[in-house]
Design a protein around this ligand. Structure first.
Ligand SMILES: *Cc1c(COP(=O)(O)O)cnc(C)c1O
Length: 402
């Protein structure tokens, strides 16, 4: 990767990133910094990781030509179907990699934070697979909102700890997971769910998700006769499915990159999660990045209809890419995402996660030439969101009353 886009030796992407952790975690974080690249690059790891992605997750995920949506938007639209992975989203690409890493480092206890519960479920799943103890931290508000995912995690053998500090959502769950890690630095591996947290996590997660663009390359070659698209589109919460989607194209300036963050009620209101539009430089969960904060540095609560995008920070690599103008970031509001969710459902028979619907909503804001090749990552499936879609169907009136 070109120097200006890639991570430097100290774990920075431009001025963003780094590892701002309490002293008690220095050793843990440094051990991981020393260990992660040799592990990821070892033949042993690669073989085990790819075998599990293939037979357990079900990769490669299809690259599907969306004919009706292509006609509607006047381009050649391909959907990268991460919604078809085991557990229903891209998150498992990362949890499989990190649990293998934890085993190689001799750790016996796994902790993770979760918001919507998708990362918690993916983590509990791989812990069951590998017979590891699993503790999940989840804000009490989310435990109540995401009941089914809590039951899935318990069924998989995980202990779910409801977090009652702060707003009792994802950001508080992250803080609590870091606190737990401080108490058990020796035996515990913290599986971070997105391209956030202290170095080396953003780099680890991006590498684990990079399988998405690795596959897009050969799949596009097969389907279109060339291995790059004109446009890549993805949604961003912390930034992991987006990082995976763009990873092998970052240096290829022929490829334009459009990312959707969650606008909530709108970026000119207090009810938003659009960190790249509304955030300022600060430190959150061990990294310097853009953060939604008050003038005196208190982290603000993020707001969006989509639990998986509900985070007041953003992965440092995305803060840097947006600042350099390599990526175009748009905020998509709740009503636009709901509409796009119904649209994809009715046009292609695919109910997307509400997070992914934010990426779909970007199509309306762009203009294409008929021969443009567009790849849009559907990060997850919408089964978990059916109630939310129904509760908000007035935002998609065109699709009728039902
Ligand atoms: C968690 C999640 C996201 C947001 O996380 P990123 O790290 O930004 O990818 C998006 N889509 C789905 C389906 C998710 O579960």
């Amino acid at each position: 990767m070109k120097q200006k886009y890639s991570i430097d030796d100290n774990g920075f992407f431009g001025k963003y990133g780094g590892a701002y952790v309490p002293e008690i975690l220095y050793k843990c974080v440094h051990d991981l910094q020393d260990a992660y690249l040799p592990i990821i690059e070892s033949e042993d790891f690669k073989q085990e990781y790819h075998a599990l992605l293939k037979d357990y997750v079900g990769r490669p995920s299809p690259l599907y030509f969306a004919k009706r949506m292509s006609e509607r938007y006047g381009c050649r639209l391909y959907l990268k179907r991460e919604d078809l992975n085991h557990t229903g989203a891209h998150k498992i690409n990362n949890t499989i990699g990190q649990i293998l890493m934890a085993k190689k480092m001799g750790k016996t206890r796994i902790i993770a934070e979760t918001g919507a519960g998708q990362h918690g479920v993916a983590t509990a799943t791989v812990c069951a697979l590998m017979d590891m103890q699993c503790e999940i931290f989840m804000g009490k508000t989310d435990v109540e909102r995401q009941h089914t995912n809590v039951e899935r995690m318990k069924m998989l053998g995980a202990t779910v700890h409801p977090v009652t500090t702060g707003n009792m959502t994802l950001s508080d769950a992250c803080s609590e997971a870091i606190r737990d890690w401080c108490c058990h630095p020796r035996d515990t591996f913290y599986i971070v769910g997105s391209t956030m947290g202290p170095h080396p996590y953003p780099d680890i997660v991006a590498r684990m998700q990079s399988v998405i663009s690795e596959e897009i390359k050969w799949q596009l070659q097969e389907k279109t006769g060339r291995d790059y698209p004109d446009y890549l589109i993805a949604c961003v919460g912390g930034g992991s499915n987006a990082a995976g989607t763009i990873y092998h194209y970052i240096d290829d300036e022929r490829v334009k990159i459009y990312l959707a963050e969650a606008g909530g009620h709108g970026i000119d209101t207090d009810y938003t999660a659009a960190t790249m539009k509304c955030g300022t430089e600060g430190i959150i969960h061990g990294a310097r990045t853009l953060v939604m904060q008050t003038n005196d540095g208190q982290i603000k609560e993020a707001f969006t209809i989509s639990a998986g995008l509900d985070y007041p920070g953003i992965g440092p690599m995305h803060a840097n890419l947006a600042e350099l103008g390599r990526t175009h970031v748009e905020a998509i509001n709740d009503d636009e995402a709901i509409y796009a969710g119904y649209e994809l459902t009715r046009m292609e028979g695919i109910i997307p996660a509400i997070e992914s619907a934010h990426a779909v909503a970007l199509l309306r804001k762009m203009s294409f030439r008929p021969d443009d090749i567009v790849v849009l990552t559907v990060s997850g499936r919408g089964d978990k969101d059916v109630q939310t879609y129904l509760n908000n169907k007035q935002m998609a009136k065109e699709y009728g009353d039902f």
